[in-house]
Design a protein around this ligand. Structure first.
Ligand code: CA
Ligand code: CA
Length: 239
């Protein structure tokens, strides 16, 4: 694959990056290499990879592929390739799976370069991530949502914390507050969040406000139209 992930590209791909190695090997048809790595990741040696084993492997070995191997995509991909539905990936299922993730990584990197919308969203990610470590964590997603909330007042009191928690879980595919938001996770989460949780709510709120204003505007009209009220209690209608 080309130097798609440009950030941090100066770092050489580490020898410990077994997942990328396995993925590239499988994609290139070098099955023996991928099979060897499969055995290393299969820590309980039952010939199958659980979601935990894969997640652990991404954490341990996937230094350079973390940004594309998000928890959500691991879960989805396992579910998709788990042909016998035992909840784990056997060797064959794993090989298919990592080939697929390899393709996705390339597609995402390419799409980010070409699609202006994705490019814009990528800039949001860059803006809020930790400038020193490059990590995008719970607090960064909280900051992003807080800034939106400062302007729009969409969540009050406890609802704000709950929203941050829920959105972080959506972006990471994990309930774990420590789970980092990867770039790919962010790109698949952010547009939907802005559309459904922010813009749609603002739109609905504005529509309701407009409706209230219309009702309020109609009220004094009714009042003036009713002489009993307009003239006060002493008024008697003409006979
Ligand atoms: Ca296993
Ligand atoms: Ca299986």
């Amino acid at each position: 694959m080309g130097g798609g992930a440009s950030k941090g590209a100066k770092k050489p791909v580490q020898a410990s990056d077994k997942l990328k190695e396995a993925s590239d090997a499988a994609a290139a048809g070098k099955l023996a290499v991928a099979q060897k790595i499969f055995k290393e990741i299969d820590t309980n040696k039952n010939g199958k990879l659980s979601k935990e084993e894969i997640t652990e492997a991404v954490k341990k070995y996937g230094k350079d592929v973390k940004s594309v191997w998000t928890a959500t995509h691991i879960t989805e991909t396992i579910a998709f390739y788990d042909r016998d539905k035992d909840g784990e990936l056997d060797e064959q299922e794993f090989l298919e799976c990592i080939k697929e993730l390899n393709t996705r990584a390339a597609v995402t990197a390419e799409a980010a370069v070409e699609n202006p919308e994705i490019k814009k969203n990528k800039e949001v990610y860059e803006k809020y991530k930790d400038p020193a470590t490059g990590e995008f964590l719970f607090k960064h997603i909280a900051k992003l949502i807080r800034e939106i909330n400062d302007e729009e007042n969409l969540w009050e009191g406890d609802a704000f914390g709950a929203a941050v928690k829920a959105e972080h879980a959506k972006a990471t595919g994990s309930e774990d507050r420590k789970a980092p938001v990867t770039l790919e996770g962010f790109l698949s989460w952010y547009p939907g969040f802005m559309e459904l949780q922010v813009n749609a709510v603002i739109k609905q709120r504005d529509a309701e406000k407009l409706k209230r204003e219309q009702v309020n505007a109609a009220r004094p009209m009714q009042r003036t139209q009713c002489p009993m009220i307009a003239e006060g209690p002493g008024y008697l209608p003409p006979v």
